[in-house]
Design a protein around this ligand. Structure first.
Ligand code: V47
Length: 371
């Protein structure tokens, strides 16, 4: 048992050491406490119990077949309209060419997320997955957020199950966790009005899990949400994970304010600081007791803070992020990908063991532990 400065954390610490689940109110206490040192040590305890020093990363190419999108989320700096400068919309053949140009030896996954294109028919998407699978055998395809799967079901006049079945048959192995934003209806109305709602997002993941497709979950935070709304987001994920067990990791994404209107339109002038980000990761580790991994996404955190986050509950720092463009367009630091060696160095300099994994957390290489 560690010494606890904030007496309010005493009963929570006892529960954490006893492996008991935290309540919503206890989660709020963690958002309010000034005893960040205890919070860090509790999250680190849970992380070490689950994973020891093992810290995961993946050699990942980020691909978006289009940035054309009709949805108009106010936080987004990536989307373009038809004909706008900087818009792209690759055919299947052009997509394969693009991936070939950016391919690196040893690449493990192609992570795809993009815009909601109003005109492409659904048949294009399984064709794209199959073409990537055939041209890059052995590279896993983790493709399209639940928001996009919802869009595909609409344009195909079909349902989530049938859409996911076709994509899976074409070679898709997992879903990325984007599009979740914040589940609160109050916030969603303001920042992502035309996107799939919370229940739809959760239903896509439920359907995927029932079909054996594993997935991730994100949370976009640090804009206009309250702390209770962050916890509500985690609460809904925890419930679904109790049902299905299909989530692999949870990824908090701190809002990046450049090139979008959210900040100006809603009068937001202050954004998350390093300790906000670390606190949020630690709470996720403690609250989401049924999620295997909490990701410290270096693209939004910066790599040095992602390194520090390894003591705050984080067991995965995502990956090389070749050609990341979604958060980069909003000012994040991911414009330059990191090599596997650089990622391994960040991890081992933090006294942890780098483990290269694939999209499904199968181990590719465990590095030597530092002595
Ligand atoms: O859904 C968009 C977010 C997400 C901004 O599954 C922004 O392993 C911050 O899906 N500031 C897409 N965030 C990214 C995504 C993802 C990322 C990392 C790992 C995984 C995974 C998936 O990017 C979107 C949205 O929430 N985003 N704009 C912005 N201005």
């Amino acid at each position: 048992m560690i010494s606890v400065r904030d007496p309010q954390l005493q009963p929570l610490a006892a529960k954490v050491y006893d492996g008991q689940r935290l309540s919503f109110e206890e989660g709020l206490t963690l958002y309010q406490t000034r005893d960040l040192n205890t919070l860090m040590r509790l999250a680190n305890y849970v992380r070490n119990e689950r994973h020891g020093d093992d810290t995961y990363f993946v050699h990942s190419l980020r691909f978006s077949q289009t940035n054309i999108c009709y949805v108009g989320c106010t936080f987004c700096s990536f989307a373009k309209r038809f004909g706008e400068e900087g818009a792209w919309d690759w055919s299947v053949a052009e997509s394969v060419e693009w991936v070939r140009e950016h391919y690196q030896p040893g690449l493990t996954e192609i992570h795809i997320s993009s815009g909601h294109h109003p005109k492409r028919p659904f048949s294009y998407y399984p064709q794209l997955v199959a073409a990537l699978r055939d041209n890059f055998p052995g590279v896993q395809i983790k493709a399209w957020t639940a928001a996009e799967i919802h869009h595909f079901a609409k344009i195909a006049r079909s349902d989530y199950h049938r859409v996911l079945r076709e994509l899976k048959d074409a070679g898709l192995v997992a879903l990325p966790g984007g599009g979740a934003e914040i589940f609160s209806e109050r916030v969603r109305r303001k920042i992502a009005r035309n996107k799939v709602d919370a229940n739809g997002w959760l239903e896509v993941h439920r359907t995927a899990h029932e079909m054996g497709i594993r997935s991730n979950a994100t949370m976009l935070y640090g804009h206009i949400e309250t702390l209770a709304e962050r916890l509500d987001h985690m609460e809904r994920l925890r419930k679904l994970q109790d049902e299905t067990g299909g989530f692999m990791s949870f990824i908090p994404l701190s809002f990046q304010p450049w090139g979008n209107n959210l900040a100006q339109n809603l009068g937001k002038t202050e954004f998350t600081t390093g300790l906000d980000d670390l606190r949020n990761l630690a709470i996720a580790r403690l609250y989401l007791d049924n999620f295997p991994h909490i990701k410290g996404y270096w693209a939004t955190l910066t790599a040095p803070l992602a390194q520090v986050s390894l003591d705050w509950g984080v067991s995965d720092i995502d990956g090389t992020l070749i050609a990341e463009s979604i958060v980069t367009s909003a000012g994040a630091s991911s414009g330059r990908a990191l090599s596997k060696e650089q990622l391994a160095r960040y991890i081992s300099d933090a006294g942890r063991v780098p483990v290269e994994r694939d999209a499904l957390y199968n181990v590719i290489r465990r590095y030597e532990a530092v002595s």
